[in-house]
Design a protein around this ligand. Structure first.
Ligand code: ADP
Ligand code: ZN
Length: 435
């Protein structure tokens, strides 16, 4: 098996890709206009008809869709195919409120799994690999998506789902898993548990991990790579656009290639909706140009990132997105300052003696925000003198202050006292009743 799952597409010259995207967009707009009254109404309100869309240069004329639209139209309002043609439903994990459901035809599933296969091959996967999938299975897209991709590649697939970490490690050792797929927070937990059980990277055969579904920092990547002795690859996606596999990392590890034959990406100013030039930081917007059952046009992801077309050493020509730097709705405003949990994580992970397990607790007392960061002590530090613990506390406090410009109360807590997550980690507890 080569370096690519689909070389023709993944390395397609730009002009050819634009042509392909344009053809698909024109057809998709017509499909949506004919079959989704909800979106047709939005188009009519904006005074756009399918005839106005002749290629990707006209994309900006189309109205946006937001998560609020998905909730409004719940459950069937954005469906573009008869239910009889649909074979699967998946749902968001509900990180930010009411769940959203998405529908798939058999073709939609094939394409989704194909996107995941590209990610697995980019991480070095072949049919010789044993791929342990410990994303949750069920309504969450992580398990089913990577499971399907792993089958396509021909890996021996272990559909573990999440949880029961000791058993995960046992299977990993007994069956010689070479690729691990899960959330980065669970990967860190598996690594931590492996060491607690008295093992290390030399006792397992893992070579690569495909981690996504939640924000994680470069520092977290290094930590996971060290704990498990692997190369850790990022993968991105959201239920609304099918699931993981919308974009994936290659060996260069400098951002994720977007599967542009299926998704057109734009970056907009989240406040004005204006399309921003390449290289700008803003909100990521996707138009799915091949989905049959649930084809969202100009869907606002609320994820903040940057797109780049700089040449990649892997040979792929697909545009790259940076790791999302938080979601526009994930951002906390504390004492008037914008704070992303990922900023705090990167401060903690830069310190050799702090653990990556933390929780941010925000409250409001006497009309003033309180901002506390609970950080778990590592085992070694726990047995250290009070003086050295105080020094760590002080150092974290100073680093947070210099990064954010506001002070946080740092509270070091006992090892293993912050709840571990087998899926997406809960990093923020906001007790302010602001709504
Ligand atoms: P939700 O969490 O909104 O209920 P999903 O389970 O579909 O719904 O999650 C999709 C979201 O997860 C994305 O919009 C993004 O914020 C986050 N996400 C997915 N993959 C990554 C990744 N690799 N890095 C950072 N965030 C990610
Ligand atoms: Zn690349």
């Amino acid at each position: 098996m080569g370096r690519y799952w689909n070389e023709e597409i993944e390395c397609m010259p730009r002009e050819q890709m634009v042509k392909l995207q344009s053809e698909r967009l024109v057809a998709q707009v017509k499909h949506v206009w004919d079959n989704v009254p909800y979106y047709r109404k939005l188009m009519e309100e904006k005074g756009v008809t399918p005839e106005d869309i002749k290629g990707i240069e006209d994309l900006h004329k189309l109205p946006f869709l937001t998560k609020a639209d998905l909730r409004d139209a719940y459950p069937y309002g954005l469906l573009a195919k008869p239910l009889a043609d649909c074979v699967r439903i998946q749902s968001t994990s509900g990180t930010t409120g009411k769940r959203v459901v998405a529908f798939y035809t058999q073709k939609d599933l094939d394409i989704w799994e194909d996107c995941c296969a590209r990610a697995i091959v980019a991480a070095g996967g072949t049919n010789e690999d044993v791929c342990q999938v410990c994303y949750g299975y069920g309504l969450f897209t992580g398990g089913p998506g990577l499971n399907g991709g792993s089958h396509k590649v021909g890996c021996l697939t272990l559909p573990m789902s999440s949880g029961n970490t000791e058993r995960q490690i046992q299977f990993m050792m007994d069956l010689g898993s070479t690729i691990l797929c899960c959330t980065p927070s669970y990967a860190a937990y598996i690594g931590e548990s492996l060491h607690k059980m008295g093992y290390g990277p030399d006792d397992i055969k893992l070579k690569a991990g495909i981690f996504g579904a939640e924000p994680w920092t470069e520092e977290m990547r290094h930590e996971i790579e060290r704990l498990l002795g692997i190369k850790a690859y990022d993968i991105y996606g959201l239920t609304e656009t099918s699931g993981p596999g919308v974009s994936f990392e290659c060996e260069e590890q400098t951002g994720m290639h977007i599967n542009e034959d299926h998704f057109i990406a734009e970056i907009i100013d989240p406040d004005t909706g204006e399309v921003l030039p390449e290289g700008s930081k803003g909100e990521l917007v996707f138009t799915s140009i091949t989905k049959e059952a649930f084809p969202l046009l100009r869907y606002r992801t609320r994820d903040i990132c940057i797109l780049t077309r700089e040449k990649c050493s892997c040979g792929r020509t697909l545009v790259k997105m940076t790791k999302p730097m938080g979601r526009s709705d994930d951002m906390l405003i504390i004492k008037g300052v914008n704070v992303f949990p990922s900023q705090i994580e990167s401060v903690l992970l830069k310190m050799s003696n702090a653990s990556p397990n933390y929780q941010i607790v925000v409250d409001r007392v006497n009309n003033t925000d309180t901002f506390e960061i609970q950080v778990e002590l590592t085992d070694e530090m726990f047995s250290d003198t009070i003086k050295s613990v105080e020094a760590v506390e002080k150092k974290i406090g100073e680093d947070i202050h210099s990064m954010l410009g506001i002070r946080a109360k740092i509270r070091l807590v006992e090892p293993n006292s912050i709840p571990r997550s087998e899926g997406k980690a809960q990093r923020v507890i906001d007790r302010r009743k602001l709504v």
